[in-house]
Design a protein around this ligand. Structure first.
Ligand code: NOJ
Length: 692
């Protein structure tokens, strides 16, 4: 399915519904008082409640991690949440087994719903508590953190001590090397560049795909090398077009280096819109200007090639639920407004389980109290809002793919428009006293009814007039026939040759051609709103190639596909940089390297990064210096390498793939090295002559 047309329902499996009491023990609290124990929810329970979920109009379920977790308490908690994996090939016995998971995906599919699995490739369980990072491969023990420490070696380039896991302590500095190569809150951090780990994590994820999953929510994306993630995603995408989005935990849009690498240059994965959620919730739960919010949202979305593929949410298992946070008389009205906004902004909305039934905890606010036992009630006003806007999203192309333009904003009133071809959407809201609003609106003359409350808007000669009630939230919309092909999305929007991608949009007609980077793609299926194609091999050294649809003699808008040439392996790319300084970047002459990639500086004097590189291909890169949000300054240095697991870049082009490379230091100026080298030669000659 085209993800932009859908709504995601997020379920924490342990807290949803107990369909099988025989798997409740151990570490189980039948009274649901101790939030750090298992409460009984499982896959059978989720299957039992699929009709309930379907009644909300949603079409995707994001289920919390299902892999087998540690069998001990750690830091006073059982792994009821699922984030402390010990076997990536098995299902946690409290939740069921592979046949239950398969039945879930099959039963969900019958209801037009697909299942997205939360997957945790950054780390296993806690390293120093519980089972001490014990790791199993389909039931057979492989290692644990202490055994692994004995085998760990220093990587000469990155300065990381590593084997299956990294052994570089806990993250203390939340940037650079530590962010990716140290333990996140004491969790055993994987060394994904270890070939065994690389295939183990990939095979583990494949099991979910083979059993019917349609995508993944990737935990802790910011703590893994971007290049490894790219390569991991590409391997999963080769199974079928999946919807994968990453969790990048950052509570604001501050220009920290890592945030910008991810957003501005890579755009390889949709992300959970965590940086803007705080402001959204605050603006409705407490104080805050809708004008400021509108500006922040526009600048956030402008960072992405595909803003409509980012994932919006109001509540989650990591943040305080809105209704636990808001302390005001009109908090229900404000909650409804914030919920409706989440569902109408660019991006795919997530509804956290129980938002439709006003689920809150009386015992506390944040984690773990934001994970109470589910209360089922789909007859509330919140459920009606969710259902109405989820149904509208299926038919209104502007809601799924439209642009985003504020028409009017002040402290308490906001009107924005979204357009996609002949489909339109006008969203208005008002936190203040009732008021009239007049807008310039390029809509045909007429009287329009809003989807939620049947409010009325009159449009005459390009001017709209309407009355906004206090805490009113109105959604006006137009769906007219789409006269020409229009691409709204690619799923996934990154691909290598041979991979299938799903083109979502409108006006595609019955048949036609799809052109990818100038080459015609093989069409696998075609209807007026979705086309499945196989990506051809393209001659390009650019990062992005255009995709266009031709139908009934008309050509669509070009959509951007992040292209990888294929046969990629996650490669550690290294520069001997003893005499280099500052934040450095490389940019190269193959698609994989065409966007600037930031380098990390290691304690060993090298600069490095991880890139999915075509194995055996000779390439060159140029070196740049600069901060991510500035213009990068070229350093006039060209370096060469050949794709492989570890690539040390050299100043001379390699002659053939078997050439031995000399790891000479690379700097902008070789002169400082000439004098010491000559001096050394003279001294050696003198010593040699005297001895002789
Ligand atoms: C982010 C998840 O959302 C959170 O719940 C989890 O504890 C951490 N990642 C660590 O896996």
């Amino acid at each position: 399915m085209v993800p932009e047309r859908g709504v995601i329902y997020q379920v924490m499996i342990d807290r949803f519904y107990d369909g099988n009491q025989s798997n409740d023990d151990p570490f189980y609290d039948s009274n649901h008082r101790n939030y750090r124990l298992y409460w009984g929810g499982d896959l059978e329970g989720l299957i039992d409640k699929l009709d309930y979920i379907k009644s909300l109009g949603v079409s995707m379920i994001w289920v919390s991690p299902l892999d087998d977790n540690i069998n001990r308490m750690a830091s006073g908690s059982a792994p009821y949440h699922g984030y402390w994996t010990r076997d990536y090939k098995g299902i946690e016995e409290h939740f069921g087994d592979w046949s239950d998971f398969k039945r879930l995906t099959e039963e969900a599919r019958k209801r037009g719903i697909c299942v997205i699995v939360d997957y945790v490739p950054n780390h296993a369980g806690p390293a120093t508590d519980g089972e001490f990072g014990s790791l199993y491969d389909n039931g057979t023990k492989v290692t644990d953190y202490y055994k692994d420490a004995k085998k760990a070696r220093l990587n000469p380039y990155t300065g990381s001590r590593e084997a299956v896991y990294h052994h570089n302590g806990d993250i203390k500095e939340w940037r650079g090397f530590q962010l990716k190569y140290a333990n996140l809150y004491g969790l055993a951090d994987f060394n994904q560049l270890n070939p065994w780990v690389d295939s183990y994590l990939t095979d583990g994820a494949r099991l979910f795909v083979e059993n019917g999953a349609c995508g993944f929510r990737i935990d802790a994306a910011k703590h893994m090398d971007l290049g490894w993630l790219e390569s991991f995603y590409l391997r999963l995408y080769s199974e079928r077009p999946l919807f994968i989005y990453g969790e990048y935990y950052a509570l604001s849009t501050d220009r920290t280096a890592d945030l910008y690498d991810f957003y501005r240059y890579s755009n390889v994965s949709p992300l959970l819109a965590i940086p803007i959620r705080g402001d959204m919730a605050r603006t409705f739960a407490f104080l805050g200007s809708l004008k400021d919010l509108s500006e922040e949202l526009s600048s956030y979305y402008s960072l992405f090639v595909y803003p409509n593929k980012q994932v919006n949410f109001l509540d989650s298992h990591d943040l305080v639920r809105f209704l636990n946070m808001a302390d005001r008389r009109d908090k229900m009205e404000r909650f409804h407004m914030a919920l409706a906004l989440t569902m109408t902004l660019p991006g795919i909305p997530v509804i956290y389980y129980g938002d439709e039934s006003y689920l809150v905890s009386r015992d506390g606010k944040g984690d773990p109290y934001n994970r109470p036992m589910m209360v089922f009630n789909n007859t509330t006003e919140a459920a009606r809002i969710i259902r109405t806007l989820a149904e509208l999203r299926k038919i209104n192309d502007a809601l799924a793919f439209g642009n985003f333009r504020t028409l009017y904003a002040n402290y308490s009133t906001w009107a924005f428009e979204r357009t996609f071809g002949a489909h339109k959407l006008l969203v208005t809201m008002n936190k203040g006293s009732p008021r009239d609003l007049t807008l310039n609106l390029d809509w045909p003359d007429g009287v329009y009814r809003d989807a939620l409350y049947n409010a009325e808007m009159a449009v005459k000669d390009g001017t709209a007039t309407l009355t906004l009630q206090k805490d009113g939230f109105y959604v006006f919309h137009i769906e007219r026939p789409q006269e020409r092909p229009l691409i709204g999305s690619l799923t996934p929007s990154t691909a290598r040759p041979g991979q299938e991608i799903l083109i979502g949009g409108a006006g595609f007609g019955e048949s036609g051609r799809v052109i990818v980077g100038g080459r015609e793609a093989e069409v696998l299926s075609w209807n007026s709103t979705a086309i499945l194609v196989r990506v051809p091999k393209v001659e390009t050294s650019s990062a992005w190639v255009n995709v266009t649809v031709e139908s009934n003699g008309k050509r669509s808008n070009p959509a951007k596909l992040r292209y990888y040439s294929g046969n990629d392996v996650p490669a550690l790319v290294v520069i001997n940089g003893t005499n280099l300084r500052g934040q450095l970047w490389i940019r190269g002459n193959i698609s994989e390297l065409a966007e600037p990639r930031p380098l990390l500086r290691s304690s060993r004097g090298y600069y490095f990064t991880v890139v999915p590189l075509p194995n055996g291909t000779v390439f060159s890169v140029r070196l740049y210096r600069g901060l991510p949000w500035e213009k990068l300054e070229p350093l006039n240095v060209t370096l060469y390498g050949i794709g492989g697991r570890t690539v040390v870049l050299t100043l001379e082009p390699p002659v053939c793939p078997t050439t031995t490379v000399v790891h000479s230091p690379i700097g902008t100026n070789p002169v400082p090295y000439i004098a010491p080298a000559v001096l050394l030669l003279i001294v050696a000659t003198v010593v040699f002559r005297r001895r002789g």
